[in-house]
Structures are given as structure tokens and as C-alpha cells.
Design a protein around this ligand. Structure first.
Ligand code: SF4
Ligand code: ZN
Length: 328
């Protein structure tokens, strides 16, 4: 016999939320996700009604779910939402997701703006992979460095005050472990979700899905009929992130709720680190670490090549492009 939903006591349950022991029907599950995201946004004062929010939408489940949730939950606040999409230039992979995003945005009535790596940096990811001087410079570190910059530029060009990304709770815990194992303690402090203003025009970055399990986002997307891309990028590298992902999922199976407990502890650690006066970082370039440019609490400097904010003389994007084109 099927179980009844613990919330409405009317419908059949479709999901057992292991960490809380609740059985939920489709409607109550969808509502619970939207409620949790709304609560996260209000807890960390992520969006206010005068904001123009650039939502980074790739075509994957997380970012499309984020757009849908923002559209559904911000009705009373009514900020302007603009879906921004980055075309990395990966033939046969990105084309499908660009279509998915375009069609979904049309369906829910949100403007979609796209910019490509070729337009901004003069080369696509396909080209970058052909010319990279060594496999030690990983595909995802090149791509991630360029994508962060592309998102910033496109957000500025649409006049956004906030950039929302689809990072979920699993991503947040994995990022903590990556920083911990890399000895990057200061960077842990930067992950505290106070939307810090930085760069030209004081753009803020927010992660409204940071308290939602990845698995529940898949379920949310399926039950709200969001079409998302499932095909994997051909350049996806088997990074340490994948290893942590597998380990954390195994732990969660044996100890339901362990990822959420870890998340809560990490928040406390990140807050203390963020408030500590020594919140700076050594952004030395290594062959595998192309690093980031913003150092919270540190005086802004400008990259000598592109004139964008950077804590180094040359920003990570210009260094990456130099390595790709000059091999140094
Ligand atoms: Fe870029 Fe890596 Fe994502 Fe592929 S998997 S789109 S290379 S970051
Ligand atoms: Zn630069």
C-alpha cells in the first residue's frame, strides 16, 4: 500500500526525505523546495525589490530549477530577472543546451541573453583544448576562469545588480573540502553567503540553492516538467570534486542528513574566517590552479592588461589566455 503525504495527509507520497523522515506528495515536495529557497534568500538578504537579477542559466537542472524557483517565489518582490547564458563553444554539446534555455525562457516569459567565449576572448573552448600547451592545465580550470569573467561581463552589460548562480548544497560542501585539502583556508571564508559587493557597479553574487540537495533538484526539475540537458560535457575532467561527490553520496546513504550537518558546520567556519582580519590569499599561478581575482577585504587593483579588478598585476583570465596563446 502506498504511503500518504505527511504534510497534506491527502495525496500519495512520491518521495521519502531520508534526512527528515518525511513522506511527501508531488505538490508538497515542490512547495517545500520553493519554500526552502525563499527562506535561504531571506535569511541572507539576497534579493531586494529594486534589484535586476542576472540568473546564470546553462541548461542543466540546477540553473533551470533556480530560474523557475525565482520566477515562482519572487512574485511579491518582483525584481527584474534576466537569464544569462554563456556559450563556451563546445560543438555538439552546448548547442542543445542553448536551445533548451531559449525555449524555457520563452515559455516562462524571461529574457535570455547569450555571449560566447569567441566573442569575448577570441577563442572557443574547442580551440582552447586544441592549443593548450599541456594537459596539466585542466579543461575545467580554463573553462571556469573564462566563465566567471563572461558571467561578470554579461551581467554588467544587462545592468544587473545581482548575479544568481545554481550552486547547490552538494557543491557547497564539495567546495569546502576542495579548499580544505588544498590548504586554501582563507578562501573558505569567501564562501560565506553574505552577498558581498565587488567590481564595477558593485555586483553581488548569490547562491539561492545552497541549502538544497542536488538529488532534490533533479526531482524538482522532473516534477515541474523542466526540460534539462543530461548529456555530459566532452571535456569534463575527473577532478577531485567528483571524488568528493562520490564519497559524500556514499556517506549520505549510510547516515542520512550528514551533508546538511556538514553544510551547517561549514557556514559557521566560513563566517568566522570571513570576519577574521587575515582574509587574504596567495593567488600564485600554478599549472593546475588558475585561481580567482577577487580578494574580499583587500584593496582593489586593476589588471595591467585588461584593466579589470584583480589582486594580482595580471588577472587570472589574462594569464590563462597568455598560457593558451603564448604557452607561458
Ligand atoms: Fe567547461 Fe568543464 Fe563544465 Fe565542460 S565540464 S562546460 S569544460 S567547466
Ligand atoms: Zn586581465
Amino acid at each position: 500500500m502506498s504511503k500518504q503525504c505527511n504534510k497534506c495527509s491527502k495525496n500519495d507520497a512520491i518521495y521519502l526525505r531520508q534526512y527528515s523522515g518525511e513522506f511527501l506528495c508531488k505538490t508538497c515536495f515542490v512547495k517545500s523546495i520553493e519554500y526552502k529557497v525563499k527562506r535561504t534568500m531571506s535569511k541572507f538578504s539576497m534579493i531586494k525589490n529594486s534589484d535586476r537579477v542576472a540568473v546564470a542559466v546553462s541548461g542543466g537542472k540546477d540553473s533551470l530549477a533556480l530560474l523557475n524557483i525565482l520566477k515562482n517565489t519572487l512574485r511579491g518582490i518582483d525584481p527584474v530577472l534576466i537569464a544569462i547564458t554563456i556559450d563556451e563553444g563546445i560543438q555538439g554539446y552546448r548547442d542543445e543546451s542553448l536551445n533548451i534555455v531559449r525555449n524555457f525562457c520563452t515559455k516562462i516569459g524571461v529574457e535570455n541573453r547569450v555571449v560566447s567565449y569567441s566573442e569575448l576572448f577570441g577563442l572557443s573552448m574547442d580551440r582552447a583544448m586544441e592549443i593548450r600547451p599541456s594537459e596539466k592545465i585542466s579543461s575545467c580550470s580554463i573553462c571556469g576562469t573564462l566563465r566567471r569573467r563572461a558571467i561578470d561581463i554579461l551581467s554588467e552589460s544587462v545592468g544587473a545588480s545581482v548575479i544568481a548562480t545554481g550552486h547547490n548544497l552538494d557543491d557547497y560542501v564539495q567546495t569546502f573540502l576542495i579548499n580544505l585539502f588544498a590548504g586554501d583556508v582563507e578562501r573558505i571564508g569567501w564562501t560565506y553567503p553574505d552577498p558581498v559587493e565587488y567590481g564595477i557597479g558593485g555586483l553581488k553574487k548569490i547562491k539561492p540553492l545552497m541549502e538544497i540537495y542536488e538529488k532534490e533538484l533533479v526531482l524538482y526539475a522532473v516534477h515541474t516538467n523542466i526540460p534539462f540537458q543530461t548529456e555530459e560535457c566532452p571535456y569534463k575532467d575527473e577532478s577531485i570534486r567528483s571524488a568528493f561527490r562520490v564519497h559524500l553520496n556514499n556517506l549520505e546513504k549510510i547516515h542520512p542528513g550528514i551533508k546538511y550537518n556538514a553544510y551547517k558546520s561549514i557556514l559557521k567556519i566560513a563566517k568566522r574566517l570571513k570576519e577574521s582580519p587575515a582574509n587574504t590569499v596567495n593567488t600564485t599561478l600554478t599549472t593546475t590552479n588558475l585561481s580567482t581575482d577577487y580578494v574580499i577585504g583587500q584593496e582593489h587593483r586593476k589588471c595591467e592588461l585588461c584593466n579589470r579588478d584583480s589582486s594580482n598585476k595580471i588577472c587570472s583570465v589574462c594569464r590563462t589566455l597568455n598560457i593558451l596563446t603564448e604557452g607561458n
